[in-house]
Design a protein around this ligand. Structure first.
Ligand code: PLP
Length: 374
């Protein structure tokens, strides 16, 4: 048995894999509706201008509203280029003349977003948890620090450090809030309507790599940016013919739709959120009671998706050897992908929506048993 703790691309529900595999052989009508007739072609062979593909992309869009709770005031887009392209498209499209862009710095991915903005115009970091190696979400910046900004950008789940905003905050003074919610999209009910724009690389909770979910408040599409924006990089271009301006990642959008259907059938975000809460609580509980291991993220800022920890409670001279032994034994037992990112060291267990509770139970048992043997 292999437990895949990858931070992304990450585990998908078995039923999604089965249906995606079927669609690779032959796509069914109505965006691969159950029991519908086959169209005689694979999803990989079909035109993005065909009726069956339109059913897929518009069906997926509808499910983003219904299942994830993106309000109708916002346009849903399926783009390419990963969340990383959004680091560029956000400042290109939302930066207004004579205004600065405000960012909260919560780690590597915020840092990349900040760097792109800095290359395009005045940028201010209005809060940061760098001083404590990003072990927490900093206090939300006071309204006067970002008053007059074109927008305020936050990273709502920090995949590398394992921190998460307990809820989507509200920006004051009418400043549009922009969220990178790549690594916890669909993890639980969230006040997505508080963001003017949100984006998420699909490859964690939502589907395969190569699709980025973007939702953008419709009034922002009409805003005039500070400088010329290449046609392809305008949100308006992709909103006009929704996600069909150029050839989309047709297979990726189908898988995203299958994942959203799975989420709906599991009982929606409330049920998924409750399960994620149980999974994360169990793991943090074991780590909090450990005499060897120490969670990296502080209580109140802890991610339900990416749990990070080190050997911080072991004597310093022994930490490296313990970490090596832990990873080697874990790997041999089938716990895959537990090595932490180099910025934190130690370990990281990514336990996204499709990661089974049984895998968390097994990991907790292994941690406890490993510690007993030390
Ligand atoms: N933002 C966050 C929070 C991420 O976790 C990642 C990737 O892990 C990215 C952005 C970059 O995403 P992509 O590889 O889709 O460009």
């Amino acid at each position: 048995k292999l437990w895949n703790f990858s931070a992304g691309p990450a585990i998908l529900p078995p039923v999604v894999l089965e249906r995606a595999a079927e669609a690779v052989h032959e796509l069914r009508q109505d965006g691969h509706a159950k029991d519908a007739a086959g169209v005689g072609m694979s999803i990989l062979e079909i035109s993005h201008r065909s009726a069956p593909y339109e059913a897929i992309t518009f069906g997926a869009e509808k499910l983003v509203h219904e299942v994830l709770g993106v309000p109708e005031t916002h346009q849903v887009l399926f783009l390419q280029g990963g969340a990383s392209l959004q680091f560029v498209m956000v400042p290109l499209n939302l930066r207004e003349a004579d205004k600065f862009a405000a960012y909260v710095d919560t780690g590597v991915w915020s840092g990349r977003a900040i760097a792109e903005s800095e290359g395009l115009g005045p940028t201010r970091v209005v809060a940061s948890s760098k001083a404590t190696n990003y072990d927490r979400i900093p206090e939300f910046p006071a309204a006067d620090t970002y008053a007059g900004a074109s927008y305020l950008h936050i990273t709502t789940n920090n995949t590398i450090y394992g921190t998460e905003y307990p809820e989507i905050p509200e920006a004051q003074g009418g400043v549009p809030l922009v969220i990178d919610f790549s690594s916890h999209a669909g993890a639980r009910p969230m006040a997505l309507e508080r963001a003017a724009l949100g984006y998420a690389g699909a490859q964690k909770n939502l589907g395969p790599s190569g699709v980025t979910l973007v939702y953008v408040r419709k009034d922002l599409l009409a805003k005039k940016p500070a400088a010329h924006v290449p046609v392809y990089l305008r949100y308006g271009t992709h909103a006009k013919e929704p996600s069909l301006y150029n050839t989309p990642n047709t297979f990726g959008v189908l898988v995203l739709k299958l994942v959203l259907e799975w989420m709906r059938d599991e009982g929606g975000l409330a049920a998924i959120g409750a399960r994620n809460e149980r999974k994360a609580r169990r793991l943090y509980d074991v780590l909090d009671h450990s005499k060897v291991f120490q969670p990296h993220a502080q209580p109140g800022s802890r991610s339900h998706m990416n749990v990070t920890w080190t050997c911080g409670r072991a004597p310093e001279a022994q930490r490296e050897a313990i970490a090596k032994k832990f990873l080697a034994e874990a790997q041999a037992l089938g716990f895959d992908g537990l090595k932490g990112h180099r910025s934190v060291g130690g370990f990281r267990a990514s336990i996204y929506n499709a990661f089974p509770e049984a895998g968390v139970v097994a990991l907790c048992e292994f941690i406890t048993e490993f510690e007993r043997r030390l």
